[in-house]
Design a protein around this ligand. Structure first.
Ligand code: RP5
Length: 170
């Protein structure tokens, strides 16, 4: 799957990660950000991962997002072969908590940074928002969409608060 001019590459280590990573892709779409989506594994298809990361900047991509579980190496291996910002999303597909993947994603050695998100669905959504915020540094229209997103999010919480206050005062 690929948009016409993808700015974000969304990768996942297995198609079993798609159910969670779909949230990331949907959030990018909501912001109007073109992306391409691939299943590539740092352990099972290392050559393809290297090739993807090495060519990503040349092909016009600006941010890479990698979802992976268990001994999650995908984000780190991408980061080792590109100067683009890499965002990692740990999947809870190994240890029930996903702690294995979270540690693998966040414990990168100095010199090879990966921005590690929360485990699972929250991380998948946040990866898209962080990618949007990076792209918005040079895109005022996108920055405006992010402002609206944050305002709508705050409005929802305040509405819930008002509802709860009403219930409690009965
Ligand atoms: C990781 O191993 C993948 O990212 C996935 O989360 C996990 C399990 O993969 P499958 O055995 O379901 O293909 O590399």
């Amino acid at each position: 799957m690929a948009s016409k001019n993808p700015l974000v590459g969304v990768l996942m280590g297995s198609d079993s990660d798609w159910q969670v990573m779909e949230r990331c892709v949907n959030q990018l779409k909501d912001f109007g950000i073109g992306c391409e989506v691939r299943v590539l594994s740092a352990h099972r298809t290392p050559d393809e991962v290297h090739e993807y990361a090495s060519s990503a900047r040349r092909r016009g991509l600006k941010v890479l997002i990698a979802g992976a579980g268990m001994s999650a190496a995908l984000a780190g291996v991408l980061a080792s072969k590109t100067t683009l910002p890499v965002i990692g999303v740990p999947m809870a597909s190994g240890m029930p908590s996903g702690l294995d993947a979270a540690l693998s994603t966040m414990q990168m050695p100095p010199g090879v940074p990966v921005a590690c998100m929360a485990i699972g669905p929250a991380g998948a959504t946040n990866a898209a928002i962080l990618a949007a915020q990076i792209l918005a540094l040079a895109d005022a229209t996108l920055a405006g969409r992010l402002e609206k997103f944050k305002a709508a999010q705050a409005k929802k919480v305040l509405e819930k608060d008002a509802e709860l206050q009403k219930k409690l005062s009965r």
